[in-house]
Design a protein around this ligand. Structure first.
Ligand code: ADP
Length: 638
């Protein structure tokens, strides 16, 4: 169904309303009794409607005011019904002339007093027991009905031919005063009502006052002021209808769930305030850590200078070491807190640049390889050649995440190896520049591992697990920062681990391929690795394909012509045919090892001049020894 435009809807409502009022007026001219009955039935229906809505939803209405008013209105509707039925001319209760006006005044007293009393329950929620109220009002209703119909002790209000009695007139004024008090209360507690509901209720009570005043004037039950009074009663009930019934049906939450909605708004406000406070805290931390770094750098720098002084004693040197180590740890901690608070203050921006991926990864591997070697564990990396040459990403942050995962792997591994591999976990979306590569950076180690139940906890700030790990230098912030950075970049970090067997972290990130920039290094620098001269040939010998792949990839990208060999025998064969300028020789290989292969190459005049650089993960050999004893030209630790 097409929604009806609001302005159109309003026009229809207004036309219908006007037609109803005119119709009613014409009815009053034709048959006043009919007019009176219609006007009263309208208010009775509205009053009963309020009761039906509120009573049936009382389980979730927390608004005691509304329940109280609703129950009261049921009985007011009852009195108004009796009033209508006993109206002069209805010929139902023919035994006594005064019922109608007595019931009217009783109903208005009950209405105005109930509207005031309801505020007690608005201010003191939880005090109302609807069942008790129901029976109490039943009793009041019975007393009124009995006093009017049975005992006839209710004061007479109107005498045909004489007009209103003093009791009726005074009563109408009293009722007006009570209604005025009700308006004052409505104004006083306006914040407890929905703005629309509040406005309509105010007008409704206002119109009731006018209606009551009109009723103080009439001399005939069929006179003009009676007509005006009933018109205002219709207006008043129409507004009550709008305030409670229409709102209750169209936007029930305004009335029924008002408190809930309001609570939600309060919560939202509180949340926003907390957000602001949290951000202020993060900003403070960010500034603070920045301020701390400056003097700390001074301390560290001066400790370095003192360490180099010749005159220092052993004890002094040891002390300086402590200063240096603790200072670095503190600096690291401050840097990480700075990062974390920057992220939380939403000040950390990802700034993508274009860079060459393989060179970038090799740079990271170099740092890690040094740490692994210092610790006596193997480090292998596998960077396949089919990755995009250049990518667009935040190089600094990517490096930070990868270095953190790799340094952790080295840090928490006492023996065995750390393996770093990069792979595409799906085909790239698009082709060439701008295509998106789903890449996985995986870091596997054979270290301490992480107990299953703590696996998510390690991503929490300051979470460090295990006794032995606490002894290892660390802040417990690295992974928290890494995961947040990974997510800021649009990726994520996951981990699989078994305690005692090692861990496998992977960082998935979709990277945009960029146009490969020219080699950023200076020409002299490039000349060192052979770029400047004619294309040189390199043979990479290693029995592990991961190791070969890494070097082959790197060297190919640097512009060398590269071939691979898996053992010493292959090296000898290929050296004769390929005539490499340089051989990277793994020392421990099957069939013929690197030492033997080198010896044979050196003894063959065809190959004796080739440059051979040993590549080994062995730590028992020193580079010079190897070079001297075996005719090698250099040594690179793996
Ligand atoms: P830390 O500075 O302590 O290394 P991280 O946030 O980087 O802080 O890591 C949190 C904790 O997760 C570490 O203290 C360690 O207990 C555990 N952890 C991280 N990486 C590994 C890993 N590769 N193997 C075993 N435990 C790890």
């Amino acid at each position: 169904m097409q929604p009806v435009p609001q302005s159109f809807q309003r026009m229809i409502t207004m036309s219908l309303g006007a037609a109803a009022l005119i119709g009613l007026y014409l009815t009053s001219l034709y048959n006043y009794l009919l007019f009176h009955s219609l006007a009263e039935i309208f208010s009775i229906l509205v009053a009963a409607g309020i009761f039906v809505i509120a009573w049936n939803s009382r389980a979730y209405i927390r608004n005691d005011y509304l329940i109280f008013v609703a129950v009261a209105y049921l009985y007011i509707a009852g009195l108004d019904l009796l009033h209508t039925l006993s109206y002069k001319g209805m010929s139902i209760f023919t035994d006594y002339d005064y019922y109608a006006n007595q019931l009217w005044i009783a109903a208005r007293y009950l209405e105005s007093l109930s509207l005031v009393a309801a505020f007690y329950f608005l201010v003191r929620p939880g005090r109302l027991n609807p069942a008790i109220q129901f029976f109490a009002y039943g009793a009041i209703f019975a007393v009124i009905v009995l006093s009017v119909f049975t005992f006839r002790i209710f004061p007479v209000c109107f005498v045909e031919g004489e007009g209103l009695t003093t009791f009726k007139k005074v009563s109408e004024y009293i009722i007006c005063l009570i209604l005025a008090a009700d308006m004052a209360l409505l104004a006083r507690y306006r914040d407890r009502f929905e703005p629309n509901v509040h406005r309509w209720l105010m007008w409704a009570v206002g119109f009731t006052i006018v209606s009551e005043l009109a009723f103080t004037f009439y001399i005939s039950n069929y006179g003009f002021s009676n007509l005006v009074g009933h018109y205002f009663k219709i207006f008043s009930y129409y507004l009550i209808y709008k305030a409670i019934i229409e709102t209750g049906i169209v936007r029930p939450y305004d009335i029924i769930f008002r408190e809930l909605v309001q609570k939600e708004r309060h919560l939202e406000k509180a949340r926003k305030a907390a957000d602001v406070a949290n951000r202020a805290k993060s900003e403070f931390l960010a500034n603070m850590s920045h301020e701390l770094r400056t003097p700390l750098n001074g301390i560290l720098g001066y400790a370095q200078v003192l360490k180099r002084e010749a005159g220092a004693t052993e004890a002094q040197r040891a002390g300086l070491d402590v200063i240096d180590r603790s200072g670095r740890h503190l600096l690291n901690l401050i840097n990480e807190i700075l990062d974390l608070s920057k992220i939380e203050a939403r000040k950390m921006e990802i700034m993508p640049t274009e860079f060459r991926l393989a060179e970038f990864l090799v740079g990271i591997c170099r740092i890690v390889a040094v740490r692994a070697q210092e610790k006596g564990i193997e480090f292998h990396s596998h960077i396949p050649p089919d990755l995009p040459v250049a990518v667009r990403a935040d190089e600094k942050r990517l490096g930070q995440v990868l270095l953190n995962l790799l340094s952790n792997a080295v840090k928490y591994t006492e023996e065995g190896e750390v393996l770093f591999s990069v792979s595409a976990i799906g085909p790239p979306a698009g082709e060439g520049r701008g295509s998106k590569w789903p890449l996985r950076f995986a870091v596997k180690d054979t270290g301490a591992g992480i107990p299953a139940h703590l696996i998510e906890e390690i991503f929490q700030p300051f979470k460090q697990i295990g006794e032995h790990q606490r002894a290892v230098e660390g802040t417990g912030l690295g992974l928290a920062i890494s995961r947040k950075l990974a997510r800021l970049m649009g990726g994520d970090i996951a981990v699989q681990s078994r305690e005692g067997e090692g861990s496998a972290f992977h960082f998935d990130l979709t990277m945009e391929e960029a146009r490969p920039a020219a080699d950023p290094r200076a020409p002299e620098e490039r000349a060192i690795v052979g770029y400047a001269g004619p294309r040189k040939r390199v043979l990479v010998a290693d029995d592990r394909w991961e190791n070969r792949a890494f070097l082959v990839n790197l060297l190919t990208q640097l512009g060398f012509e590269v071939k691979e060999a898996g053992n010493g025998a292959e090296v000898i064969d290929m050296a004769a045919a390929f005539r490499p300028d340089l051989i990277f020789m793994d020392l421990i290989m099957p069939v013929i090892d690197g030492f033997e292969a080198t010896r044979r190459l050196r003894s063959d005049p065809e190959t004796e001049g080739v440059r051979i650089v040993a590549v080994s993960a062995s730590h028992t050999l020193s580079a010079q020894d190897i070079a001297r004893e075996h005719g090698l030209d250099g040594f690179i630790p793996k």
